[in-house]
Design a protein around this ligand. Sequence first.
Ligand SMILES: [Zn+2]
Length: 210
Amino acid sequence: MKGRSRCDHCGTQLAAADLVPIFSYAWLRGKCRYCKQPIGGSALYIEIAAALIGAISAMGLDGFQAFAAAVFGWLLLPLGVLDYQRLWLPNRLVLLLAFGGVLIAPLLTPDISWMDRVAGGLFGFLALEGARHAFKALRKKEGMGGGDPKLFGALGIWMGWQALPYLLMLSCVVGFAWVLFSTKTERTGTTQLPFGIFLCVSAFALCFSI
Ligand SMILES: [Zn+2]
């Protein structure tokens, strides 16, 4: 979140040549130039995902709208990855998404009015926050992470309140598919699922049809 990129193992600050997406990884054969420890596959997968987001945006939309879709996807990518890896949606990244929505979303979804965006932000946050508290009161345990309502609200700014029911439904479908095709066999009522990544994937897919 701050400072220059460093090797996870030896802490050496990385030079520009070490940070060229995909190419540096391939050139260094997945190992740190300085300590020769493996970089880890997720860096490469994230770079490939970022390239795909750009390519899909360029193919699906034109001009500024394509640019805005790519920015939307790139803001969602670290949120989805961190939710998947750590079940963590950092407030600062959700805020960046919300702020980006205020600046860039009008390019992506020009037909959505500011009233609809404000309503989307409020309604999105309150709907999931309400569901979270209701579940907690009824079942005496956490049913949802605290970051999900904030993320849903930020997405409401991007897409307007009208898109939120579809977004929620699609996220659930993606979540069910995740559980069905997941290789982990053990699942109980207390297994934690990264709902944030389902929201991120669904929001990026839906933004092409608004
Ligand atoms: Zn190193």
